[in-house]
Design a protein around this ligand. Sequence first.
Ligand SMILES: C[S@@+](CC[C@H](N)C(=O)[O-])C[C@H]1O[C@@H](n2cnc3c(N)ncnc32)[C@H](O)[C@@H]1O
Length: 508
Amino acid sequence: MVNKLILGDNLEVMKTMESETVDLIYLDPPFFSNRDYEVIWGDEGEVRSFLDRWAGGIEHYIAWLKERVEQMHRILKPTGSIFLHCDWHANAEIKVDILNKLFGRNNFRNEIIWSYKTTLKVSTHHLGRDHDIIFVYAKNTEFKMHPDQNDYPPSENTLKRWGKYADANGFVSNKHFAGSASTIINTEDETKGFNINHGVPRDVWEISHLAGNNPEKIGYPTQKPMELLERIIKMASNEGDIILDPFVGGGTTVAVADKLKRRWIGIDQSVAAVKVTDLRLRRQHDMFSQPYELKLRKYDYNMLRNQDAFEFETWIVQQFGGIPNTKQRSDLGLDGKASDGAPIQVKRADNVSRDVIDKFFAAVQRSDKTLFEKNKAAGKPVGYIIAFSFGKGAVAEAARLKNKEGIIIDLKKVNDIVDYGTGPKVSITSKELEDYKYLLEASAESDAGIEFYSWDFDHKPEEGFKADVVIDRDGKQVKQFEPGEHHIAVEAVDKEGLEGTGDLKFKI
Ligand SMILES: C[S@@+](CC[C@H](N)C(=O)[O-])C[C@H]1O[C@@H](n2cnc3c(N)ncnc32)[C@H](O)[C@@H]1O
């Protein structure tokens, strides 16, 4: 399986997934809370989803979520588990009306408390609400779970009580706690005793929210710390396992899964979320990263045109419902077969000319004469040519063959098979404000409208685009530079998720 990042309503996407194929699901759905807090991206996809959930009260929200968790339960492997992230707004209903019903009370494993110590406003009505809840359920008793896969910090009590007995390596010998009422589970080495530096895995996790200057921070609300996901992924999966995040947001789960060599699927209904995740994965890309497929509503014309020719041929034949020719070079230059066996030729080009038709026609007759005659007699296409567009000569020749000889060569345009568009055209201008301090402005031409810009201030074309600033709604940055040569790149992402790049080299 190739890793996938998919734009769409997770309900629809999950319905197309096979049963029992996923090892671990983490979901961080939008909470049942007030609007301002909840809308993160503000794009069309998210607002639609928001309206979906808010058409009614809590019952409606629970029904909305339950339908989705039903799919999650179906696609989990028998050894799989689910981690559902929620908070006080709806945790009671989620547990009783969704998880206990679908997974069964017996398969409840934990209620993890993520305690994040935020500075809270004082309320006269309630205490500071300072934690989220992550429910853990297994699909059944054969679940995969290794709670000790992480380094847990020791609790304060452990340190206070046992610290004074610990040797330089943190070991407290057995004689000190023999007979003690505390049950000590952490015994890596029976003879050495337990190590106070390694905490016992507990269900209360102290992990702070990402601080403003944390390099992990991308710049959108609700971003979860990687440490949280690291713990979950390590404890409930192995390398190579498949992890699904159906509400992927800015991509924390898939970014961590990728680092930990798990395979992954991320889904989000918001174009902005999917593209932020895409840029985040590209930013962390190194030689160990795995390739992934990005599924938007539309394909990018430039990407299709510049893709490896063989990959493109294989892919478009499959999209057409045919069977690609797996041999890189066939003697007749045919790239695949339609479902009835009729030959397909792919030209990754525009304005395909008449001689392509002539050659194809000859090849079709030579490849399978019987099939050719049969299709001709039945008035069905004897073959298909797929291209971005066809020139006048080609169109006229296909018409002539059909009208004069009763032979149909079907000319299929790529956009009859898949939808594609062209990303924005972008340029950068710079203006020195004071010494070495510049105002950089991106301007983009786009029919769809721009969703956001991303900046790479130290662009190295051979490494690809590595965003320093991932989300910039206005396309304006003020930046201090050192003297020397600079190469800056900007990517503009439009409302369809298609992107365009511009760059600027300058010397100070
Ligand atoms: C709380 S955020 C997830 C944040 C994420 N855990 C992170 O660390 O970045 C919830 C996400 O769910 C998405 N979403 C809401 N309804 C959806 C639906 N029906 N299908 C797919 N995604 C949806 C929103 O667009 C939003 O990005």
